[in-house]
Design a protein around this ligand. Structure first.
Ligand code: FAD
Length: 412
């Protein structure tokens, strides 16, 4: 699958990119991770702490898949509001899902001090504004739901938004405890650390075929076979080429990063910004005074068409940016890209085993919070491999259907 088009920003932020060999022999391991993006990286790091003999392969280079297109927002709130999650999955599971996201953001923030390559993870608040006056009642309700369940939330009226930003909107939720990251540096820093403590990493090593047996899995690559007792598939959106999930959809999305600005516009605490409209627009700043803005989702097209559309979609994103911050008139994008993006119909990622693939786990962090889901997945899958029961996996089951709303999940 051709995942990304246009000019992406992150490689230029890591001058000495760690490189890993191509697999050229038969090897064996306790656990094989297929895919060195955010999902694989967080899991490799967690497994390295547990001491499990682990191998990681990627058909591209580390971080060269969708994680390369990631805009780096880390939030507790999801594409689906807490109110809506409670409505769909019941109060216990809706709140559990949000708590797991909150804990994952906190755990990602703790990584910063443990890694040798700085992943540039910084705490940020979030502003979720009402795109239209009609959205205000639901946003106000969401604020009350968040507060009732112990999540941080302030409701801001239009005048408070106008006092703190260059724009005004009919209402907003302002919440703390979110974060931003440089996704490429994060993936590399995690894998670099995992490799340093024994995880064997191979790039340009494509898994072309698998043989599933009772005692393990044989993974065939062009350079050699890998005999693994367990396999974790963290192949991102390309998992859909191997095993189509009925509840998953792929679309196109777009983003730009501006040149560094001389002066930041009126932008309270460099918050993450997003909105109630669907598909939504989202924005953040970077440590070197740039602005990242993304959105303009559309149905999946062929990669050639997406490549052509990067120009017109990035122009639309610049117009949206100028509409919010008029003082930025004439601002230029240094980077503009389009990419495949995966969502699920019920708003939850897919994480866990699948009955057709014995000895395997899947990590499919589809949705706008893919990095947060990667952290949730890394914890659940690592614990499961180490023999610890994680009933929360039921919430993210690959075989769930709308009628099978889980009721047993409990937070460990
Ligand atoms: C434009 C854009 C903006 C986004 N912004 C955000 C954001 O702000 N915050 C957020 O949390 N999420 C965001 N996301 C989502 C986020 O990028 C993804 O959820 C996340 O990067 C997925 O990581 P992954 O490891 O699952 O997939 P990937 O990063 O794609 O990694 C999978 C890897 O598997 C490898 N692979 C596939 N098949 C094989 C094979 N057969 N053999 C060997 N290797 C294989 C691929 O080469 C790839 O490197 C964004 C996504 C896009 C496209």
């Amino acid at each position: 699958m051709d995942l990304n088009s246009g000019r992406l920003p992150w490689e230029s932020t890591l001058p000495e990119i760690p490189a890993y060999p191509v697999l050229q022999e038969d090897i064996s391991c306790e656990c094989l991770i297929v895919g060195a993006g955010m999902g694989g990286a967080m899991t490799a790091y967690k497994l390295s702490l547990s001491g499990l003999d682990t191998v990681m392969i990627d058909k591209r280079t580390v971080g060269g898949g969708s994680s390369h297109a990631n805009t780096g927002l880390l939030q507790t709130a999801n594409d689906k509001s807490l109110t809506s999650c409670i409505h769909t999955y019941g109060e216990q599971n809706g709140v559990l899902f949000y708590r797991m996201c909150q804990r994952a953001v906190r755990n990602i923030l703790k990584l910063q001090d443990k890694l040798d390559i700085n992943p540039h993870i910084v705490t940020r608040p979030s502003l979720l504004y009402a795109s239209r006056p009609e959205d205000v009642p639901a946003l106000r309700k969401e604020h009350h739901t968040l507060i009732a369940h112990g999540f941080d939330s302030e409701f801001w009226e239009a005048d408070k938004i106008g006092a703190n930003y260059a724009f005004t909107k009919p209402g907003a939720i302002y919440s703390r405890e979110d974060a931003e990251t440089n996704p490429f540096r994060t993936v590399h820093s995690l894998i670099h650390k995992a490799h340093a403590v024994g995880v064997r990493v191979y790039e340009h090593t494509k898994a072309v075929h698998f043989k599933f047996e009772d005692e393990g899995v044989i993974c065939y690559t062009e350079g050699g076979r890998i005999f693994a007792k367990k396999v974790i598939f963290s192949m991102g959106y390309e998992t859909q080429e191997m095993k189509k999930d009925r509840g998953a959809d792929l679309i196109n999305t777009y983003a730009i990063m501006t040149r560094p600005l001389k002066k930041m516009p009126k932008w309270h605490e460099q918050s993450l910004i997003w909105e109630t409209a669907r598909p939504y627009l989202y924005l953040r700043t970077t440590h070197d005074k740039r602005i990242v803005i993304g959105g303009k989702d559309e149905p999946l097209t062929d990669p050639q068409r997406r490549e052509v559309r990067v120009l017109s979609r990035s122009q639309r994103l610049l117009e949206e940016l100028e509409a919010l911050f008029p003082e930025l008139k004439g601002v230029e994008a240094e980077y503009a890209w389009g990419a495949v993006f995966g969502t699920t119909r019920d708003g939850l990622p897919f994480i866990g085993p699948h009955p057709d693939y014995p000895n395997c786990f899947f990590i499919e962090g589809y949705g706008g919070n893919g990095t947060v889901y990667s952290m949730i997945a890394a914890e659940l899958v690592t614990d499961s491999l180490m023999g610890k029961l994680r009933p929360e996996l039921e919430l993210f089951s690959l075989t769930r259907s709308a009628k099978q709303v889980p009721t047993q999940a409990v937070e460990a």
